[in-house]
Write a protein that binds this ligand. Structure first.
Ligand SMILES: *[C@@H]1O[C@H](CO)[C@@H](O)[C@H](O)[C@H]1NC(C)=O
Ligand SMILES: *[C@@H]1O[C@H](CO)[C@@H](O)[C@H](O)[C@H]1NC(C)=O
Ligand SMILES: *[C@@H]1O[C@H](CO)[C@@H](O)[C@H](O)[C@H]1NC(C)=O
Ligand SMILES: *[C@@H]1O[C@H](CO)[C@@H](O)[C@H](O)[C@H]1NC(C)=O
Ligand SMILES: *[C@@H]1O[C@H](CO)[C@@H](O)[C@H](O)[C@H]1NC(C)=O
Ligand SMILES: *[C@@H]1O[C@H](CO)[C@@H](O)[C@H](O)[C@H]1NC(C)=O
Ligand SMILES: *[C@@H]1O[C@H](CO)[C@@H](O)[C@H](O)[C@H]1NC(C)=O
Ligand SMILES: *[C@@H]1O[C@H](CO)[C@@H](O)[C@H](O)[C@H]1NC(C)=O
Length: 907
């Protein structure tokens, strides 16, 4: 950063401007040597920036000695060893003859992974999750293993494929970059052995971006190209010219002439993109004044979705009577009109929707009244990665991590436990079995740690693996008492034999073992008391107190339920109207119909706007010929039989019409393409709405109205349809809100009707969502409409409290437990959503709380019907409305007004 640099730079720039006439496409050849630097005013003001100043940065040189850290001469970036981020792999040096070819010191060593299918780096992002990071992994083979055979392997972020890594030769530098918003506290970068050589890595870097730049719209953005166009040096520009350490590769467009300025671009203000002046002060224009700038890229994949960012700054000083204005088309469509860059100020033009297809054809042509041709200073192209797989249930992850760190830090099994425990399923940890929930979070269902040398007591974390069906801890050196594994409601096998456990077997556990619902083996534990009476143990007081407490809670809840039932009896209104009455049906024209896949493509404009991800498919926005907005859900296809099933189901749903059910407008059923078209709901789903802090909080009246709407939809399914339909997946994310905040029940993907059964229930594979799933249905697989009632009770509790069904925290608490805890003390204020600021009628809230609690007893026959819930909710709505209009009209009047307002005709 001295005067010398500037002189040299300006001189070479001038020389370039004068002498260069034409350029062929210069491909970046994998080499970069010196970072271009300059004495620009930003650096002048702030002094030399260190990368540490840009918070949220991790710089790892893979394979260097554990305690080593150094500052790279060329980049001034400080690198540390990777030893603290990974426990496996071995350090290697690249072959001596390639050291001179290494563009940077980080490439001289690698970490290679001869063992294990999957090896993962665990990175804790410094700025927390839900903010955007640039993650960069770099590789150069350099014949480090003397095999002269560059490998090919896969690179994963967490549980999703990022890219495949392959090499042309030993000195080929491969750099993968992605812009990603992590949703979890830990980020795993994993290398997967695909049986085509040993995976290795040279360096790993993470940079943090401002929130506002590079919105990732539909998924993480993998870098395809980032060009410093018209570059006068043949060097990559990165930190510290670029505060975010993006790497800008030199590039010239065909049939263009480079131009440049010696002034600094964005010297006073920079945009949110923080573009480096070094990049922006060079550009190209067409060789001849009246030509267009035309160029194209081919991403190689017909299904790829790209985002393009073009950066402009005027670098020629235009006279008063001169101007530069141009239009840009992308794949023949107008993209930007009358672009007129400001002198020495950068502007960015970005695609606001992804561009589908492998070709990106750009054409920039000058406006007729412009005196100067178009220019282009820099551009970036990213390809959207579909990260569809969900990581393992986070409570399970925490529990299993605790188990790992408590017992197995040094064991070889523990070392192989890396990355996500369950996903991708075929790489799940040894000793674990997981549930396969499609794209939803898998959970741990079996844990086998037999003969694994575990010692000490059995820690409580095992009890946090809530979905465990089988646990084998046999043949270890475990001591101390037996925790109460009966808390694990799904547990079917528990093998604790051949340990040194002592004390008593918890009575509930014993009971489950005696009645055959749990296979318990405890033999080979000499100190364990198998038949009572056992020695008094002080520790028993704790479970006793807990037992008494839970009994108290039980009676209070029972009391509330009984009161509710009693009130229902004394207060009984005429039975709620059956929802079949014709005036409640949505008149759905005759356009229920089957669509072809090509029609779907037209409707969704080639799937260009994704609006959601459902349990078994992706939902896109679309519009019909007449302008009606629709949502199109494309179903993930599994088998020909599934297709048949889908058709039956779609046809079933066609005949279900109600103002509180999302209308089905049609479906598409072709080989490998099945989809459902339903009406578009502007406000999305209730779960999102409740959890989105940026939205205006829902008032109590809006909440009850939503509850009434959803309850009516469900009541119609249960009592208005013949045969009745059970939804099976009622949850707040399946309740959609339209632009008037009217609620409609959606996602009938799992619905079942009773047509094939004469009984009052059907037995099916258990389906539903954790937190909403009826416990009785789960254990018995007997499905009745009361399962929906249970789930609806959970939705009511969410509306009241604003909390999710599973309240995350130190322990995951079910919303029912959480609410019961406060209700036991009669403390309703503590549970009501504080965002309502106390603005509601207490009686009205109590009524909904009682209705919710009435929905969630463990035994299904104790739950009321949806008709009862609808009438309770309507009563509550009246109470709240009366309060709102108190002092304006008489209460009597209000009640009448309201009847008209929420009667069956309301739309
Ligand atoms: C370069 O920056 C230094 C301060 O870092 C300043 O003193 C010097 O004058 C600048 N040189 C030029 C040529 O602008
Ligand atoms: C190695 O591969 C890279 C990328 O394809 C290429 O640019 C380079 O010229 C190759 N080097 C040798 C020595 O073949
Ligand atoms: C720089 O930004 C400030 C505030 O954002 C604005 O007032 C000022 O006009 C800008 N200066 C230039 C040269 O654009
Ligand atoms: C602009 O004005 C200058 C004289 O001031 C003249 O030489 C030049 O040709 C004009 N350029 C155009 C494009 O009219
Ligand atoms: C060029 O024409 C457009 C309209 O076509 C107008 O908006 C713009 O101001 C004109 N520019 C100049 C420099 O005349
Ligand atoms: C885990 O899954 C494998 C393969 O499906 C099966 O053989 C094994 O018995 C399962 N283990 C447990 C503990 O359920
Ligand atoms: C429990 O584990 C022991 C020792 O590993 C084994 O011999 C026994 O068969 C297991 N019992 C059951 C019921 O699986
Ligand atoms: C066995 O006992 C447990 C605990 O009392 C109970 O929850 C479960 O329903 C019983 N199972 C059977 C099949 O009786």
């Amino acid at each position: 950063m001295d005067g010398k640099w500037r002189c040299r730079w300006t001189w070479s720039c001038m020389l370039w401007c004068v002498s260069v006439l034409a350029y062929a496409i210069a491909e970046f050849n994998g080499k970069f040597i010196v970072m271009a630097t300059e004495n620009n005013s930003m650096n002048h003001k702030q002094g030399r920036r260190k990368l540490d100043d840009v918070t949220g940065s991790i710089c790892i040189d893979c394979g260097i000695a554990e305690d080593l850290a150094y500052t790279d001469d060329k980049t001034q970036i400080e690198y540390t060893s990777d030893a603290h981020f990974i426990g496996t792999g071995t350090s290697k040096n690249i072959a001596a003859k390639f050291i001179s070819e290494a563009p940077q010191r980080t490439f001289k060593t690698v970490r290679s992974f001869p063992e294990g299918k999957r090896n993962c780096y665990t990175l804790r992002h410094p700025e927390g999750r839900n903010t955007i990071y640039l993650i960069r992994a770099s590789f150069m083979y350099g014949n480090y293993d003397d095999l002269n055979q560059p490998p090919k392997f896969d690179l994963y972020i967490g549980v999703n494929l990022w890219d495949s890594v392959m090499f042309d030769n030993s000195t080929h530098v491969v750099i993968k970059e992605i812009l990603h918003v992590p949703s979890m506290d830990e980020l795993y970068v994993c290398l997967l052995n695909t049986d085509m050589g040993t995976p290795f890595i040279s360096s790993l870097e993470v940079r943090h971006f401002d929130h506002s730049s590079y919105r990732t719209k539909s998924g993480p953005l993998a870098l395809y190209r980032r060009f410093d166009i018209g570059s006068t040096t043949n060097e990559i520009v990165r930190f510290d010219n670029d505060v975010y350490d993006r790497m800008w590769y030199p590039y010239n467009l065909p049939d263009s002439t480079p131009i440049c300025t010696s002034f600094t671009v964005d010297s006073v203000n920079h945009t949110t993109y923080h573009l480096p002046s070094t990049v922006m002060k060079t550009a190209v224009r067409p060789k001849s004044e009246n030509d267009n700038l035309e160029f194209e890229f081919d991403t190689g994949y017909p299904t790829s979705e790209s985002y393009v960012y073009m950066h402009f700054a005027e670098i020629e000083e235009l006279k008063e009577n001169e101007s530069r204005a141009f239009d840009i088309t992308l794949n023949g469509k107008n993209w930007a009109e009358s672009v007129s860059p400001t002198y020495l100020q950068s502007t960015t033009i970005e695609t606001d929707q992804s561009i589908r297809g492998r070709k990106l054809m750009f054409s920039m042509h000058k406006k007729t009244n412009s005196t100067h041709p178009p220019i282009l200073n820099a551009m970036e192209i990213y390809i959207v990665k579909e990260f569809l797989h969900s990581p393992t249930d986070q409570e399970d992850v925490k529990a299993i991590m605790d188990i790992k760190s408590h017992y197995m830090l040094t064991s070889s099994l523990g070392k192989r436990w890396q990355g996500d425990p369950c996903a991708p399923l075929k790489y799940s940890w040894n000793g674990l079995n997981c549930s396969d929930n499609g794209y939803n979070s898998p959970t741990i269902t079996a844990l086998n740690l037999a003969s694994s040398g575990l010692s000490g007591t059995i820690i409580a974390s095992f009890l946090e693996l809530k979905f465990l069906e089988s646990l084998d801890l046999s043949n270890n050196k475990l001591t101390g008492p037996l925790p109460d594994f009966s808390q694990l409601q799904y547990l079917k096998t528990l093998n604790l034999s051949r340990n040194r456990l002592s004390g008593e077997i918890p009575s509930l556990l014993k009971e489950r073992s005696n009645n055959g619902s749990l296979l318990l083996s405890v033999d080979g534990n000499p100190d364990l008391c198998l038949v009572g009476p056992c020695e008094e143990d002080k520790k028993n007081i704790v479970p006793l107190v807990a037992g008494i407490l839970s009994l108290v809670v039980f009676f209070i809840v029972l009391g509330i339920v009984l009161t509710t039932i009693w009130r229902k009896k004394c207060n009984r209104k005429p039975a709620a109207k059956q929802a079949v009455s014709s005036n409640e049906e949505v008149v759905l024209k005759a356009n229920n119909e089957q669509f072809t896949y090509s029609q779907i493509l037209v409707i969704t404009n080639n799937f260009d706007k994704m609006i959601g991800k459902g349990s078994c498919g992706i939902v896109y926005h679309g519009s019909l010929n007449d302008g009606t907005q629709v949502a199109v859900k494309m179903v993930l296809q599994k088998s020909p039989q599934a297709s048949q099933q889908f058709q039956t189901e779609a046809q079933l749903l066609m005949r279900v019409h109600h103002k509180n059910l999302a209308s089905f407008l049609g479906y598409c059923n072709e080989v490998r393409h099945t989809g459902i078209i339903y009406e578009y709901m502007a406000y999305g789903n209730l779960e999102e709405y409740l959890s989105d802090a940026r939205r205006e909080p829902l008032s109590w009246r809006q909440r009850i109205q939503i509850a009434v709407d959803a309850a009516q939809g469900l009541e119609y399914l249960h009592h208005g349809c013949k045969p009745p339909i059970i939804h099976r997946d009622i949850k707040s994310s399946n309740i959609l809100l339209n632009e008037k905040l009217q609620a409609k029940v959606a996602d009938f993907g799992f619905s079942k009707d009773f047509s094939t059964e004469n009984e009052s229930h059907v037995s099916t594979a258990v389906i539903g969502t954790f937190g909403y799933l009826d416990p009785e249905y789960y254990t018995s697989s007997r499905l009745t409409e009361k399962s929906d009632v249970y789930s609806f009770g959970i939705v009511l509790l969410e509306l009241i409290t604003g909390q999710p069904a599973i309240i995350k925290g130190h322990q995951n608490t079910n919303i029912v437990q959480w609410v019961s805890h406060f209700l036991a003390r009669g403390d309703i204020k503590q549970i009501v959503d504080p965002r309502m600021r106390g603005d509601f009628d207490f009686g009205s809230v109590w009524k909904v709380v009682e209705a919710a609690i009435a929905c969630v007893p463990l035994i299904s026959i104790q739950r009321p019907s949806m008709s009862y819930i609808v009438s309770e909710l309507k009563d509550s709505l009246k109470m709240e409305a009366a309060r709102e209009q108190e002092g304006v009209n008489s209460i009597e009047m209000n009640v009448i007004d309201l009847e008209a307002g929420c009667g069956p005709d309301a739309r």
